[in-house]
Design a protein. Structure first.
Length: 214
C-alpha cells in the first residue's frame, strides 16, 4: 500500500519506518524541517520519501495522522481534501502541556476528527502503545505470542486496511468496535503512558480477559 505519514515525529517516524520495512511505500510529511523528513526517508533504505502533506495524501491508500492535538487543524489544512481516504489516527486530544485530555466522556479525539474530515474514513489505532515499543514488537513479529492492539472505526474497509498495518508492525489486531469506542481507548492510553514513563522501572502491567462458557 501507499501510506502517507502526516506528522513524522516519535509515532509517525517509527511507524512509517516499519511500514516501509514491511514492504509498503511511505511518504513522510509534516515536521519542522524538510531535512529531518529527508533523513527519515533515507534511513529507511527502502521505499520511502519525504514530501508535503498534500502529496502524502494524494493517492494514499491510508494516512497515519500523528501530530499533537493542537497541530490538527494545521496539518489537515495542509493535507487538503481527504474525503474518501482511510485516516488512521493515533492522536490523543491532549492540552498544550500534555497533562489532560481535552475531549472525553461523551466524545473522543477520533470522533471529533471524523467530524472535521468530510467523508473521511477515520480509524483509531496505534495510540494505545508508547512509541518506544514498536521496534521491539516488529523485531519479534514472527513469534507465536504477539501482543494485541485494539482499534476501532465505523468503516469496515478502512478497518481491514488498519488491521493489515497493525499485523505488519507485529501486533495481533483486536477489533474493539465502532469509532465511539475511542472514548474508552483514549483515556486508557494515558494509563499505559503513565505506567510506561512514570512507573518504577517501566511497565509491569498485565491484564487478561477470560470468557467463561457454560
Ligand atoms: N509518542 C508516543 O508514545 C505516543 C503514544 C500514543 C499516542 N501518541 C499521540 O500521537 C501523536 C503524535 O505524538 P508524537 O509523540 O509522535 O509527537 P511528536 O514526536 O511531537 O511528533 C509530532 C510531529 O509534528 C511535527 N510538528 C510539530 N509542530 C509542527 C509545525 N509547526 N509544523 C510542522 N510540523 C510540526 C513535529 O515536527 P518535528 O519532527 O520537527 O518535531 C513532529 O514531526 C500525539 O497526538 C500523541 O498524543 C503518542
Amino acid at each position: 500500500m501507499r501510506i502517507g505519514i502526516l506528522g513524522s515525529g516519535l509515532m509517525g517516524g517509527k511507524l512509517g519506518t516499519l511500514f516501509a520495512r514491511a514492504g509498503h511505500e511511505v511518504v513522510f510529511s509534516y515536521a519542522r524541517s524538510e531535512r529531518k523528513l529527508k533523513r527519515l526517508a533515507r534511513q529507511v533504505k527502502g521505499n520511502a520519501r519525504a514530501d508535503t502533506p498534500a502529496d502524502a495524501a494524494h493517492d494514499a491508500d491510508a494516512l497515519l495522522l500523528a501530530v499533537h492535538w493542537l497541530r490538527m487543524d494545521d496539518v489537515l489544512k495542509q493535507a487538503g481534501d481527504l474525503s474518501g481516504k482511510v485516516i488512521i489516527t493515533c492522536c490523543l486530544p491532549m492540552n498544550a502541556d500534555d497533562t489532560a485530555l481535552v475531549v472525553g466522556r461523551t466524545s473522543s479525539g477520533a470522533e471529533e476528527l471524523a467530524k472535521k474530515i468530510r467523508r473521511g474514513k477515520v480509524v483509531s489505532a496505534f495510540g494505545t502503545v508508547p512509541s518506544e515499543v514498536f521496534f521491539g514488537v516488529f523485531a519479534a513479529r514472527r513469534r507465536a505470542n504477539r501482543p494485541s492492539m485494539a482499534y476501532c472505526g465505523d468503516d469496515d474497509a478502512a478497518k481491514n486496511v488498519t488491521a493489515t498495518l497493525i499485523r505488519d508492525v507485529g501486533f495481533d489486531p483486536v477489533d474493539a468496535g465502532p469509532l465511539r469506542i475511542a472514548r474508552y481507548l483514549e483515556p486508557f492510553t494515558l494509563l499505559m503512558g503513565q505506567l510506561a514513563y512514570e512507573g518504577d522501572g517501566g511497565p509491569e502491567f498485565a491484564y487478561r480477559f477470560e470468557r467463561f462458557e457454560e
